[in-house]
Design a protein around this ligand. Structure first.
Ligand code: IFM
Length: 445
């Protein structure tokens, strides 16, 4: 029996998140399938991934058993439109089945239209390097809305646009575009903003009640304490480019960078909510390392597998606060940690959810939480080396096993909150700080 608990509103969404390319398997018409040859850590391949194309249903059963009531998934454009203007009815039928399977299980779908992968034909046409991409995207979204829209209450137009721009146009770790570099990247970002605005209009025209937003990865970007003035200045510049530019642009319709300011038609106010993807804090310095973001942490930092990032729960609260000024409902559309051994995830869940609870308690409009991820999946250039799942997957045998953190998340979903008995059982080291009134170590006086 819990002695203390932090409960969430009854209509809060308790979800998990995945993306098509990472779970479906055999997306052979996608630019990632080609890129996989030679560009993935340890030469790994996605193969059948989590086999969702054949059987998403059994993992959805598991999600329902866990007590979740929402799931964020994405559609693979390259399956739906394998050739320009040629739509695959079989693929659309399969997505209908998956979406229906979610509804049947009491799991509300949130659907992402673009999550890092492109049809090969689009890449040949220059994809986001060329403004024509907006027309192509509009055509694809229109088809999706016509065929699947009745099953989709919540939409994400574009996932993590600035991660995509940095990883692809600057970092070179995502499938190479026709033109790389900062200028090309910013041009691509402009085209992504235009795609977002176009998609918003298409969906809202057909389904005025649908909720449409984007998912923005909002890392905390800081200069290390004691950094030079130039590093601090650089950090502010990078923060406004990486975090501020997209958020402001969708709000007021203007893309502002050091290259100037451009008004984008139909963009201002083209969103019903903001999706926050939050993982970590990065330290920045000038001159920047090749990866832009530092992967050296302070000595006391708790760091996740493969040096992915520091566990920094307070950053989630800061990310939420940062976007309050836009006056929109918020969803935490991703939050998670690569942790194959599940040594960090139980406390990660509790401490990050506590930050959201703090926000909700201040009446900040956070409406739901989608943990990344339901199941271990293909982590892009890092292949299978990073395991984010509440469910552990052996990609070779497809065997699944619910991690302890999955068990904990299930309890959280059923309880609709976090409690001291959960901390005691799954992360006793948190008791003294999270539930001091109940900690045996507490010294009173
Ligand atoms: O796996 C990715 C996801 O596709 C986008 N956001 C971050 C996740 C973990 O790196």
């Amino acid at each position: 029996m819990a002695k203390a608990q932090m409960l969430f509103p009854a209509d809060f969404r308790w979800g998990t998140a995945t993306a098509a390319y990472q779970v479906e398997g055999h997306n052979t018409n996608s630019d990632w399938w080609l890129w996989e040859q030679g560009h993935i850590l340890q030469n790994q391949r996605s193969g059948i991934a989590c086999n969702w194309w054949a059987n998403a249903e059994s993992d959805l059963d598991a999600a329902a058993d866990m007590g979740t009531n929402a799931h964020r998934l994405s559609l693979e454009w390259s399956r739906i439109e394998p050739e320009p203007s040629v739509f695959d009815d079989h693929a659309l039928d399969r997505y209908r089945q998956i979406l229906q399977a979610m509804h049947n299980r009491g799991i509300e779908p949130m659907v992402t239209l673009h999550h890092f992968s492109n049809p090969l034909w689009l890449v040949e046409k220059g994809d986001f390097n060329r403004q024509i991409v907006v027309e192509y995207f509009q055509r694809y979204v229109s088809k999706v809305a016509d065929v699947l829209g009745d099953l989709i209450p919540k939409w994400i137009t574009i996932n993590e646009p600035m991660v995509y721009i940095f990883a692809r146009y600057l970092g070179g770790v995502f499938p190479a575009p026709q033109q790389m570099g900062l200028r090309a990247g910013l041009e691509a970002a402009k085209h992504m903003l235009m795609c977002h605005a176009a998609a918003y209009e298409v969906i809202k025209t057909k389904y005025p009640e649908a909720e449409v937003g984007y998912a923005k990865n909002i890392p905390i970007l800081e200069a290390k304490p004691g950094s030079s003035f130039v590093s601090k200045w650089w950090t502010r510049r990078m923060d406004s480019l990486f975090n501020g530019m997209w958020l402001d642009a969708v709000a007021d319709g203007r893309m502002r960078t050091f290259l100037g300011s451009t008004k984008i038609k139909g963009l201002a106010g083209s969103y019903d909510f903001i999706g926050i993807n939050y993982y970590t804090r990065f330290y920045l310095r000038f001159p920047p390392p090749k990866t832009f973001f530092e992967t050296e942490w302070t000595p006391e930092a708790v760091v996740s597998d493969g040096n992915y990032g520091e566990v920094y729960p307070a950053g989630l609260y800061r990310a939420i606060q940062r976007v309050l000024k836009y006056n929109k409902p918020l969803y935490i559309t991703e939050n998670g940690v690569p942790d194959a051994a599940d040594r960090l995830r139980p406390s990660f869940l509790l401490t990050h959810l506590r930050e959201i609870w703090r926000a909700v308690s201040f009446c900040y409009p956070v409406m739901g939480y989608y943990h990344w991820s339901l199941i271990d999946n293909f982590e892009w250039d890092r292949g299978w080396t990073q395991r984010f799942g509440l469910i552990e997957l052996d990609p070779a045998t497809q065997a699944r096993h619910l991690r302890r953190s999955g068990e904990l998340y299930s309890k959280i979903c059923y309880r609709r909150g976090i409690s001291s008995d959960m901390a005691e059982q799954y992360a006793p080291e948190l008791m003294a700080t999270m539930f001091p009134g109940e900690s045996p170590q507490k010294v009173i006086g």
